[in-house]
Design a protein around this ligand. Structure first.
Ligand SMILES: Nc1nc2c(ncn2[C@@H]2O[C@H](COP(=O)(O)OP(=O)(O)OP(=O)(O)O)[C@@H](O)[C@H]2O)c(=O)[nH]1
Ligand SMILES: [Zn+2]
Length: 372
């Protein structure tokens, strides 16, 4: 990730504003960050406080063509002052990262274009905390679920950080568990945290240095709310202190989804991002399973299915115990899901699959195999 020169003196710096966004701001407009979106209108945080604003005609038109163009929480937007003295949302500045649900082609990056079906759940998220409880209903942390959510995090363009939560409840050797988790997500930081003991919480804050924006993904009961409340220093679901970049904000009780933290940095917390499952996932899967992808590249046959073909490097690694059965199965499962997801949205692939099935059905009719 590029880290543009940071202008600490700008009143919006605490909300994550930086030179790379500033370079995209249309002349004569005012920057603001979207804290919440509600049917054609948004609550935004600007240097002079919070505004409730409507979308301009250009934004409405773009969104009608492709919902991915709709402003979403975390977006940086350009406001223009209308003659009657109120602001209007004139443009969404290019997103650096985005969580996009469905409908986006393989080639589009960070939600910049779609096929008319996609929805952006959160934008400009720098850090994706993946929370997985150390113990879950008597079971140890679920590695498969961690792999899936980390793949999703890579896919968004953000940096994943895995948190083994509720570490105080771990009935096994915690260091061993953290090592197992780390082995499942090469290149990703893994930390044990406990909101109850406060263990690891200070470390979490360091990821938000430089006014970064984070989300917390994870299953129900992983302790996401507890962590967000701990970082916010209060119960964010009840009242929120609306504070503009310069600290001169007003106090309101509006529930916002973009939460500036007292220690610096921001958290985006929405029902959609909490329920994030496995959406479009292609690059992300490749990154989480970079080790297997590399092995697969060494197989004798380029189209090796790793199911017993001669010269298969993947199965050799399995035999040599460099690779576990669990991890190979997890890779196959996520790849199947990723292909299926892509096939739903990639019209060309969809057509190819239809043709394939047509051929198969034709074959079946010819051979009489579909008859009882
Ligand atoms: N022992 C222990 N319990 C915790 C910890 N963090 C959270 N809990 C408890 O775990 C339960 C679930 O925590 P939540 O923060 O509501 O979990 P969540 O991930 O937000 O769950 P959903 O809202 O269902 O998505 C609550 O009863 C918390 O008090 C921790 O570090 N240690
Ligand atoms: Zn192979």
């Amino acid at each position: 990730m590029t880290s543009p020169a940071f202008n600490h003196s700008h009143p919006l710096s605490p909300l994550g504003w930086n030179d790379s966004f500033a370079a995209e701001l249309p002349e004569g407009s005012m920057p603001a960050r979207v804290a919440r979106v509600d049917r054609g209108a948004a609550d935004v945080l600007a240097a002079d406080g919070q505004h409730h604003i409507t979308f301009g005609s250009r934004v409405r038109k773009a969104a009608a063509d492709d919902p991915v163009a709709l402003p979403c929480v975390g977006d940086w937007v350009a406001l223009t002052l209308l003659a009657e003295g109120r602001y209007e949302l004139e443009a969404v500045l290019p997103r650096r990262t985005a969580f996009v649900r469905g409908g986006v082609g393989r080639t589009s990056r960070a939600g910049l274009s779609g096929d008319g079906q996609g929805q952006v759940l959160a934008a400009n998220v720098d850090i994706v905390f993946v929370a997985e409880p150390s113990m879950h209903a008597g079971d140890l942390a679920d590695l498969g679920r961690i792999e899936r959510l980390v793949a999703l995090a890579w896919e968004s363009g953000g940096q994943p950080v895995v948190l083994v939560t509720k570490s105080d409840l771990c009935e096994h050797e915690l260091d061993g568990l953290v090592a197992d988790v780390a082995a499942a997500v090469p290149g990703v930081d893994v930390h044990a945290v406990s909101a109850h003991d406060g263990d690891g919480v200070a470390l979490l804050r360091t990821y938000l240095d430089g006014s970064r924006t984070a989300v917390v993904l994870g299953p129900s009961g992983a302790g996401k709310s507890t962590l967000v409340n701990t970082l916010a220093g209060h119960d964010v679901m009840d009242t929120a202190l609306v504070r503009a970049g310069d600290g001169r904000g007003r106090h309101t009780t509006v529930h916002r989804e973009l939460i500036p933290l007292p220690g610096g940095g921001l958290i985006i917390d929405t029902p959609g991002i909490r329920r994030v499952g496995l959406y479009e996932m292609t690059d992300g899967v490749d990154l989480v399973f970079a080790d297997i992808e590399e092995l697969a590249g060494q197989c004798r046959f380029v189209d090796c299915g790793h199911r017993g073909e001669p010269g298969c490097a993947v199965l050799a690694a399995l035999e040599g115990e460099e690779l576990t059965e669990r991890r190979l199965a997890s890779w196959r499962k996520l790849q199947r899901e990723a292909d299926w997801m892509a096939s739903r949205t990639d019209a060309r692939l969809r057509k190819a699959q239809q043709d394939k099935w047509k051929t198969i059905h034709k074959e079946m009719r010819r051979s009489g195999r579909n008859r009882p």
